[in-house]
Design a protein around this ligand. Structure first.
Ligand code: SAM
Length: 218
C-alpha cells in the first residue's frame, strides 16, 4: 500500500499513457476512459512498486489476490453501462480499484469481499483517498439480498456458472457482468434482465480471473 498520497506529473503522465493504451486496445466509452484517467492507481501499490502501477498488468496485493489489469477493469465497466446514481453490487472488492472506477462514474456501490484482511484494508484505504462505498465482509457468491434489487452487478472473480440467486437480485433492465468458466480460463458473460422471468445472455472474450469461492461458486 502506498505510504504517501502524492499524485505528481510523473504519475499523471503515466496515467494518460495508460488511457491511450486502453483506447488502442478497443475501450471506446469515453466516460470509462475518463474514470481510468482520474483514479490514482499507484495509491493501491506500495511506493516501491509505483513504476508498475500504470502498466496494463494485474499485480499482487497480498493474501494471494491481485489488483485487476486495467484493461479488464475497463472492459467489465464498459459492459455495465453505468448511469449516474446506478445502484451497483460488486462481488470481490479486492484492492478497491474497480470500486473507485464505478464511483467515479457516479454509481452507488455496495461491495463485498470474502478475505477479511483485504476487506479491512480496502474499507479503510478507500475513504482515506476520497472514495466512499458500502463495504461488506462475507461470501458474495449469494449476492447481497438485503439491499437488492440492483441496477448492475459485477463479479470480479471467475465463477463455474451464473448463480441463479444473483439474477434474482437484478432490477428489470439490470445487467450482470460475470466471468464464467473453469480455473484456467473464463468467458465474460453479460446477462440482461428483460422481464420478471426473462434474461438475455451474451458470451464475450476470454479472461483469466482468480476463482470465486463460496456457497454458489467453487
Ligand atoms: N477488482 C479488484 C481490484 O481492482 O483490485 C480485484 C478483484 S480480485 C481479481 C477478486 C477478488 O474476489 C479477490 O479479492 C477475492 O478474494 C474475491 N472473492 C473471491 N470469491 C469471493 C466471494 N465469494 N465473495 C466475495 N469476494 C470474493
Amino acid at each position: 500500500m502506498a505510504h504517501k498520497l502524492v499524485d505528481s506529473y510523473r504519475e499523471k503522465g503515466a496515467r494518460k499513457k495508460l488511457v491511450e493504451l486502453l483506447r488502442d486496445r478497443g475501450i471506446a466509452d469515453e466516460k470509462v476512459l475518463k474514470a481510468i484517467g482520474k483514479v490514482p492507481r499507484h495509491y493501491f501499490f506500495d511506493e516501491t512498486f509505483w513504476t508498475q502501477a500504470y502498466k496494463d498488468i494485474a499485480f499482487p496485493i497480498g493474501d494471494g489476490q491481485t489488483i485487476s489489469q486495467p484493461y479488464t477493469v475497463a472492459y467489465q465497466t464498459e459492459l455495465l453501462h453505468i448511469k449516474l446514481g446506478d445502484k451497483v453490487l460488486e462481488i470481490g472488492t479486492g484492492s478497491g480499484y474497480q470500486t473507485c472506477i464505478l464511483l467515479e462514474l457516479g454509481a452507488k456501490v455496495y461491495t463485498i469481499e470474502r478475505q477479511e484482511n483485504l476487506y479491512k484494508r480496502t474499507s479503510q484505504v478507500l475513504p482515506h483517498i476520497g472514495y466512499h462505498a458500502e463495504f461488506f465482509f462475507g461470501d458474495g457468491s449469494k449476492g447481497i439480498a438485503e439491499f437488492a434489487p440492483y441496477d448492475k452487478i459485477i463479479v470480479t472473480a471467475g465463477a463455474p456458472l451464473v448463480p441463479e440467486i444473483m439474477l434474482k437480485q437484478l432490477k428489470i433492465g439490470g445487467i450482470l457482468v460475470i466471468p464464467v468458466g473453469d480455473e484456467n480460463s473464463q468467458k465474460m458473460i453479460t446477462v440482461l434482465r428483460v422481464s420478471e422471468k426473462d434474461y438475455e445472455r451474451i458470451s464475450l472474450d476470454t479472461f483469466r480471473f482468480v476463482p470465486l469461492v463460496g456457497e454458489k461458486a467453487w
